[in-house]
Ligand binder design. Structure first.
Ligand code: DX5
Ligand code: ZN
Length: 218
């Protein structure tokens, strides 16, 4: 699959409705970055913003929870209308919670469950959970801020992950997030990425719809 998920973290929050409407017809998924200032060194937005986006979103919403104790908010994300939800393996470890159980819990709430890892976590660490995950979110920058430089080691990590998914015949997508733009989109899809998350490359472009089309067709 070659899907593109704009991250509204890079949108113009003074004109969020305008920005969502610009991408509504072109995006495949709308990516929502929730940060708590504890798991990651930045704070973004919460349910007041997600609920507002949900009112006008015409595409499935993907919540990327960069927070400790993500399980506290699974039901609230489902209520807000999220179709996909990822949490970090690092958060599950900190809370001493079983990632497999947390993924199952997300699925039981009707959402596609995703497991996210920062670039310093070996990709093999998610292998035990591939049967439970609908997607793996391989961070291509360290989670916390938009506009960072893409980490090229991501290609090898994606390929290793795709090979393991194929070897076991699993139905698990691969999403990457951070520093994606027109210069690396084609190579990322070729490496096996199913969903590219892009913030700056979409919303800081003069024409966000054209930027999405260009990246998908790259
Ligand atoms: C980073 C976020 C990303 C970010 C991507 O922690 O998870 O979704 O918004 O932004 P760009 O595409 O600008 O790197
Ligand atoms: Zn994200």
């Amino acid at each position: 699959m070659r899907l593109l998920a704009p991250s509204i973290l890079a949108a113009d929050f003074l004109h969020l409705e305008k920005d969502i409407r610009l991408i509504n017809g072109h995006a495949d998924i709308i990516h929502l970055d929730v940060m708590d200032g504890t798991l990651v060194p930045n704070i973004s937005f919460g349910f007041s913003v997600i609920d507002a986006v949900a009112e006008i979103a015409e595409k499935p919403m993907d919540a990327h929870l960069m927070i400790v104790h993500p399980e506290k908010y699974f039901a609230r994300c489902a209520k807000a209308g999220c179709s996909m939800l990822s949490f970090h393996l690092e958060a599950a470890r900190k809370a001493r919670r079983s990632p497999a159980r947390l993924l199952d819990e997300v699925r039981s709430l009707g959402m596609t469950p995703g497991l996210a890892i920062n670039p310093d976590i070996p990709v093999e660490d998610v292998f035990p959970y591939l049967d439970h995950a609908g997607y793996i979110l391989v961070m291509s920058v360290f989670a916390g801020f938009g506009g960072q430089k893409f980490i090229p080691e991501t290609y090898g990590r994606v390929k290793a992950l795709k090979a393991e998914i194929a070897r076991r015949g699993l139905d698990c997508m691969v999403e990457i997030d951070g520093g994606a733009d027109l210069s690396n989109a084609a190579a990322l899809y070729e490496a096996g990425v199913d969903i590219i998350v892009a913030g700056s490359a979409v919303f800081k472009a003069p024409d966000p719809a054209a930027a999405i089309a260009a990246m998908k067709g790259a």
